[in-house]
Design a protein around this ligand. Structure first.
Ligand code: PLP
Length: 400
């Protein structure tokens, strides 16, 4: 898979050493087809969409809407207008949380999990402040798995929305979202799934999952930054008020009253990231061409190989040992600060993330300041893992 299609940024030296890029959880690298598609858009059809009768505007609009339809098929959504282009996962979550302000009453409850990224915590806290709703937390165990019996006892008629990640960015845990959704629906609650970390590794089927909202970011699936997707069931998107007001999202504007456009435009105020939307479709095609089954199988091999090698390092503790896990390894070694390991191995050409990974409650749970996180993509190799492990060992000889 490493040589599937060229990703030229990977073939460079950093600090004089061949780059080993293991920070895929933060963002993915971009294949040549994606870079070419960006250039092609700006050099051939750049124009504002949905606005002009002229040919370029129609070409840009057609390409943008074709990409929406492609993403609809990818997620197996029922309708293209259930696919909203956003700036990313954070934007998608905020749009839904903001919409729920109109539906919640004081005392209503929102459930988040103990392993959420800050972007799936803070918007809900802001919503609670506005509405008097109460935030409840689904706890997890030491392995980094949600405790489902406790989840079930938290659910009640007061629960209005449950919001969890499909895969944890800090732990790699793959959450049992089908089950979570089914139980939430049994008490009449809506469910938002944060797919930021899942979409690079698997192909979600939103109808099979039966989730009410599913959000992800383009930059984590080999696409550009500044583009993402909010999937919402039609009936929910119809119920929620728009997040932002402006051009494109209206049917009529009078000073006395404005009426909103139909879906999806109601949620797409202003000139969108047109190139990003079109090129996200290219990135999704690229991943589907490689195939998500092949990606998942190969990444699982990388995960097992790296886990086994890292476990041989004395004093190394893996944070996140769920039975169902993707290719993310968070770890600490003794009392060494993760930042120190990260800084030394960067000098050896290796890119990992260190710190709290925008998930401070997880770090509090394990009572650690942070972790070193290596997150693998389909374009990584076992040889790179060997180089990485040797670099970690070298950093230890300097730090101990
Ligand atoms: N949710 C999870 C699980 C993530 O890993 C991330 C990014 O790392 C986000 C949300 C936020 O994504 P973005 O910064 O692209 O909006």
């Amino acid at each position: 898979l490493h040589d599937a299609l060229p990703i030229s940024i990977l073939n460079q030296k950093v600090n004089g050493q061949p780059l080993v890029y293991f920070d895929n959880g933060a963002t993915s690298q971009k294949p040549q087809v994606v870079l070419d598609a960006i250039t092609q858009y700006y050099s051939e059809i750049n124009a504002n969409i949905h606005r002009g009768v002229h040919t370029l505007s129609q070409l840009a609009t057609d390409a943008y809407e074709a990409s929406r339809a492609k993403i609809q098929r990818h997620l197996n959504a029922k309708n293209p207008h259930e696919i909203i282009f956003t700036a990313g996962t954070t934007h998608g979550i905020n749009a839904v949380a903001n919409g729920f302000a109109a539906l919640l009453q004081s005392g209503d409850e929102i459930l988040v999990s103990a392993m959420e990224h800050h972007s799936n915590i803070v918007p809900w806290q802001m919503l609670c402040e506005r509405t008097g709703a109460v935030l409840k937390v689904i706890p997890m165990n030491e392995n980094g798995e949600l405790i489902l019996s406790e989840y079930e006892s938290l659910l009640s008629a007061k629960t209005k929305i449950v919001t969890v990640n499909h895969i944890s960015n800090a732990l790699g845990t793959i959450n049992p979202v089908e089950y979570i959704i089914q139980k939430a629906h049994a008490v009449g609650a809506a469910v938002l799934i944060d797919g930021a970390q899942a979409t690079p590794h698997l192909k979600p089927d939103v109808q099979a999952l039966d989730c009410d909202f599913y959000v992800f970011s383009g930059h984590k699936v080999c696409g550009p930054t500044g583009i993402g997707i909010l999937y919402g069931k039609e009936e929910w998107l119809d119920r929620l008020p728009p997040y932002q007001g402006g051009g494109e999202m209206i049917a009529t504007v009078r000073f006395e009253k404005t009426t909103y456009a139909d879906l999806p435009h109601k949620f797409e105020a202003g000139t969108p990231n047109i190139a990003g939307g079109i090129v996200l479709g290219t990135a999704i095609d690229y991943l589907n061409e490689i195939g998500f089954e092949a990606i998942a199988a190969y990444e699982q091999e990388l995960l097992e190989y790296a886990t086994q090698k890292l476990e041989q390092i004395e004093g190394l503790r893996i944070i996140g040992t769920a039975a169902n896990k993707t290719s993310v390894i968070s770890f600490n070694i003794g009392n060494i600060h993760p930042y120190d390991i990260g800084t030394i191995i960067d000098k050896l050409g290796i890119a990992v993330r260190t710190g709290h990974h925008c998930a401070q409650p997880i770090m509090d749970f394990y009572q650690i300041p942070g972790t070193v996180r290596a997150s693998f993509a389909f374009y990584n190799t076992k040889e790179e893992i060997d180089t990485f492990v040797a670099a970690v060992e070298r950093s230890l000889s300097m730090l101990k």
